[in-house]
Design a protein around this ligand. Sequence first.
Ligand code: 13P
Ligand code: SF4
Length: 306
Amino acid sequence: MTEATPDPLALEVRALAAERDAVIFAHNYQLPEVQDVADIVGDSLELARRASASDASVIVLAGVRFMAETAKILAPAKTVLLPAGRAGCPMADMITADQLAAWKADNPGVPVVMYVNSSADVKALTDVCCTSANAVEVVRSLGVPKVLFGPDRNLGTWIAGQLPDVEMVLWNGCCPIHDRVNAEMVLVAKSEHPAARVLVHPECRPEVTALADAVLSTSQMLRYAKAMAKGEIIAVTESGLLHGMAKAAPDVRVFGVKPAMVCPNMKLTTLVEVRDALRDLAGEVTVPDGTAEAARAAVERMTAIG
Ligand code: 13P
Ligand code: SF4
């Protein structure tokens, strides 16, 4: 939490968190006031790792459902709360467990790598999960000539470009927010800020990653900005990251593309909902034991890599 925050609601949230023995995790795309009240702000990999490492009784996950499910899979004894229960991820809904089962049946013996942006049911049928921060390392670690990868075809295409010896069979899903960006939008931003480094999230299309100085997860972008200390960045990812960038590297000017990239699901969690979740222990996320058990190995392999 920001030391100088005078907001009574933020103070109430912190007091309730202490009372409930709770930690508040926020994804880098969350609303600024939610990021500022959190104990940990991070990318999907950091939030998953912190879930298993935390000794709090309650985890409040300010993010979307797959993140809360991942925390619950890794920390089954903890109460995991998703303050905005309707916050989903459209990409995670682009592959169902039935579809994955049929895909596997058509490709016997081919390992399955699933982006963490997927449901618990899908993870339960997966060999290893990955995030944007470790996707290339995860696939490389398998040491196999062919994998089934989903649901993000753009992330899969990015991995395939890094690992030309691996045949990546891709599911046809995507993030609607990142997939909407085209090369023209990036070129316009570059023409307005010619000295800026271009950082691109791997959920973007190949024509966009091709224009990047670096292809990075959200927290990797934050670290890049911090290391730069001064200068300009065009960050081609959801606009919520700009808040963290400004805090992490106040002397780096950060721009987005136009129109701004906004994930409506990531903006559903308000400070009021965080307060209400803590006050009422509401919005608990559960994963059936059998599903969690089956998914845990794939998620634990993910957190161990990279
Ligand atoms: P990372 O923060 O892990 O890079 O992922 C972005 C994302 O899609 C979250 O929805
Ligand atoms: Fe899903 Fe894209 Fe929103 Fe991330 S930004 S939660 S991948 S829709």
